[in-house]
Design a protein around this ligand. Structure first.
Ligand code: F0G
Length: 460
């Protein structure tokens, strides 16, 4: 008999989680003004809000914590981290930051000015926020295929090279501080970018004299997809694929809370020393001295070890196959999602499910609330609330996709939890026709409103 696939780790420590009743959840979500971010975590049974900072560290990472060097300057923990990043990416210069958006803040303070243009493949919301906050523009050049959730193509996160070249042609290079390539493409569904596409973007960057920034939160997962899906990479190791990816990068922003498998942390990587020097002042002002930048020595140690672990094929296979397992259950029940399953999450297609809820009443948010009420599962809306209002017209932006993201934390839940999630979604799906109204906004901030937004139920 062929042996089934099984996890590449065993469990050493557990944390209890608690179920609740539907009645309790109705009260809690109303108190949270229908914003799942405002829920206390003890009111959540399975938390799929994010895969960011929610992973389980290994015994080796916990051991590394004990050996952290807490010196203000020149800590050995910094050099361990720097050497690890250099080994994996080839980038010589590193500035630690407390998380990914802090890396964006430091870099964009140095390179982005009012009126600038940063083309990219679905900029993440904090990236877009940091660009628009500086009165610059994030232009989305993702391939059109990414918004057809039924289409199965291997690299649905790719940049559309024609769209990118049109932007590069139409603007002087002085107005384009960087092209932002996000791997994997979170917003489009945790979809990977192919090496061929990375090379294509890099060639255009060189042709037009523009720098390439790789937003790298899930770079190891992207490398796994290149190895398993792209011709010519099956025999290459994950680390070699990463080295090839970063041979094309001028800058790297990293949220280490994802593929660094730590609870907090991030960094900037640079090919050119001069680019790093431009950022040093902002790093010291916003983050901390150059050799800790918002991280404790122990955190840098845990991150160096976490980055090593994310280069292990068996770890990545375990992770990606768990997401695929959840997808296979949804296939069984007919629940539509962004296909094929992504690296870190399943993105359920709320537009296709809640056809009786008008888009002005936020279909994906409505589905997120229904799933919470059904089973105590917390996902996150990737739709019109996340998209914010247009900074010029102040009108709501309605993206082509209304998705409910179910992000799977690394090494945290078992496949029994996946079965539970799939069954809960099936129950909501089966009663979809009876869900006919959504929510309206009662309070919001101008940028990144979804974190703090307050909503009320639309009654019909
Ligand atoms: N870039 C990408 C692609 C991200 O997914 C994130 C965070 C960031 C940058 C910012 O990093 O959170 O460390 O400041 N994504 C999380 C998520 C929050 O849930 O997808 P951060």
């Amino acid at each position: 008999m062929e042996l089934p696939f099984a996890e590449s780790y065993k469990i050493k420590m557990v944390e209890n989680i608690r179920k609740s009743t539907r009645e309790e959840r109705e009260k809690w979500i109303a108190e949270a003004k229908y914003n799942l971010f405002a829920l206390k975590s003890q009111y959540v049974y399975i938390d799929l809000l994010t895969d960011s900072g929610t992973g389980a560290m290994s015994d080796k990472q916990w051991a590394a914590i004990m050996e952290g060097d807490e010196s203000y300057a020149g800590a050995t923990s910094f050099y361990k981290l720097k050497d690890t990043i250099k080994d994996i990416t080839g980038l010589d210069y590193v500035l630690p930051t407390h998380q990914g958006r802090a890396a964006e803040n430091v870099l964009f303070s140095a390179i982005v000015k009012e009126g600038d243009i940063l083309p990219g493949n679905s900029h993440f919301d904090t990236t877009k926020g940091h660009i628009e906050f500086r009165k610059a523009h994030a232009i989305d050049c993702t391939i059109d295929e990414a918004s057809d959730t039924e289409l199965e193509i291997p690299f649905k996160g790719n940049m559309d090279l024609k769209k990118l070249e049109d932007v590069l042609k139409a603007n002087p290079k002085e107005k384009i501080p960087a092209i932002v390539l996000t791997i994997t493409n979170n917003t489009a569904g945790g979809q990977p970018v192919s090496m061929e596409n990375i090379k294509g973007v890099s060639a255009l960057a060189k042709k037009y004299g523009v720098k390439l920034l790789i937003d790298s939160a899930r770079f190891a997962e992207n490398a796994y997809f290149i190895k398993t899906r792209e011709a010519g990479y099956a025999d290459k190791s994950i680390i070699d694929i990463c080295r090839e990816i970063y041979s094309h990068a001028d800058y790297m922003t990293m949220s280490a809370k994802k593929d660094g498998i730590v609870n907090i942390g991030g960094f900037l990587g640079f090919k050119d020393e001069k680019d790093m020097q431009k950022c040093q002042m902002y790093s010291i002002m916003f983050e901390g001295y150059l050799t800790y930048g918002g991280m404790a020595g122990r955190d840098m140690n845990a991150l160096a070890q976490g980055l090593r672990e994310s280069m292990e094929f068996d770890y990545l296979e375990t992770r990606i196959k768990q997401v695929a397992y959840l997808a296979s259950k949804l296939d069984e029940y007919g629940v539509p999602y962004q296909r094929p399953a992504g690296g870190h999450a399943i993105f359920v297609d709320a537009k296709k499910i809640l056809t009786n809820v008008p888009k002005e009443e936020f279909q994906a948010q409505t589905l997120a609330i229904e799933l919470y009420l059904e089973a105590g599962i917390r996902g996150v809306e990737i739709g019109a609330l996340l998209a914010d209002r247009d900074p010029d017209t102040k009108e709501n932006r309605y993206p082509r996709l209304e998705l409910l993201r179910l992000a799977i934390p690394r090494r945290v839940y078992t496949n029994n939890h996946m079965d539970y999630i799939a069954a809960a979604l099936k129950n909501v799906y089966d009663r979809r026709e009876s869900i006919t109204s959504g929510y309206r906004i009662t309070k919001e901030l101008p940028i990144m409103r979804h974190f703090t937004i307050e909503l009320e139920k639309v009654k019909r």
